[in-house]
Design a binder for this molecule. Structure first.
Ligand code: G3I
Length: 302
């Protein structure tokens, strides 16, 4: 097929982008988004600081805008993210013990309930592991202990049993200590019936990233009985080095039956979280880059 989304759809996959509500009114941005993608995720507006700025006071305006825009165009919406150590509102940061536990559970319940039926897959917990495979010593970990991730998944499942529930992290781009720590958690969750359906691999990469075990890593998670998703793909650099990394990631997803889709963390180099870099598929003037054509070809030849 001739677009990223339609090409991915031929194998039952999605191809998505992280978006910000304000830019949906920008003609070039919305043309690229609606022309090539069949899934979106909010880059920021579904996070805790945006959705619950004060305790028990919820604000879904940005998320609703994205959901409405996407549904009007037949696109899926991923959810990002219910619980994270970063972008917590100030009032959460000082909570201790059961006050933090109740705040977390109440937040998950309300947000997942509000968007129930609209979200294909939720990043329930984001970035809870360190590079060495241990748990990140966040306020959640320190206040709630090892069980907090399981508690978060059980609350999300109760609120939106139809959504695919994901654990999402970065620097998991191969078989390494961090991905193995996560692997062991997922294996334990599956063995004990904790409701986890998916693992997200953010994949913030560079033109010289070592991807020698990227596909094998996706496969070992899939073999545990979860879907795998490429959730925040972007690749620093330019030209054919960048295009080759995009191609390898796309080919790896196509080669793993349970890899259900790819999301890039933005659309155009004009709007990216990586300053002074050009990590996306459209340049800052909305011209398709070599990397775009590499991805399109890999989706069609997979
Ligand atoms: O909304 C405020 C605005 O009111 C204020 O005037 C302005 C001044 O700094 O800041 C705005 O907030 C910024 C927000 O993006 C929205 O633009 C924050 O400062 C800024 O830190 C925040 O950055 C986001 C970052 O997550 C926060 O950690 C990036 O846009 C977003 O791309 C990035 O996304 C993360 C994923 O969620 C998780 N994985 C890694 C990925 C990249 O860091």
């Amino acid at each position: 097929a001739e677009t990223l989304g339609a090409s991915a759809a031929e194998s039952g996959r999605y191809f998505g982008a992280a978006v910000v509500p304000n830019l949906l009114n920008d003609a070039s941005y919305s043309a690229a988004l609606s022309g090539d993608f069949n899934s979106v995720v909010a880059e920021n507006v579904m996070k805790w600081d945006a959705t619950e700025p004060n305790p028990g006071q919820f604000n879904y305006s940005g998320g609703d805008q994205i959901v409405n825009w996407a549904q009007a165009r037949g696109m899926e919406v991923r959810g990002h993210t219910l619980v994270w150590h970063a972008q917590q509102p100030g009032w959460v940061q000082g909570l201790t013990g059961n006050n933090l536990r109740n705040a977390m559970l109440n937040h998950i319940t309300n947000v997942a309930d509000h968007f129930e039926g609209d979200i294909s897959s939720w990043d329930v917990v984001n970035e809870a592991f360190e590079w060495d495979g241990s748990r990140r010593q966040s306020n959640l970990q320190q206040q709630l202990g090892n069980g907090w991730i399981e508690e978060a998944f059980r609350a999300a499942d109760a609120a939106d049993p139809g959504a695919t529930l994901c654990y999402n992290d970065y620097s998991t781009d191969g078989i390494n200590a961090k991905s193995t720590g996560i692997y062991n958690m997922v294996r334990d969750f599956k063995a004990r019936g904790v409701p986890i359906d998916c693992v997200g691999f953010q994949s913030h990469l560079s033109w010289n990233s070592d991807l020698s075990t990227y596909q094998a890593n996706l496969q070992r998670f899939a073999d545990l009985g979860v879907d795998v998703e490429i959730t925040e793909l972007d690749v620093g650099g330019s030209g054919s080095g960048q295009a080759n990394v995009y191609r390898q990631v796309t080919q790896a997803c196509m080669a793993v039956a349970r890899c259900t889709g790819i999301t890039t963390w933005g659309i155009t180099d004009r709007h990216t979280w990586r300053p002074n870099d050009t990590p996306l598929l459209w340049d800052s003037n909305y011209q398709k880059k070599e990397a775009y054509y590499a991805v399109l070809e890999a989706l069609n030849n997979g």
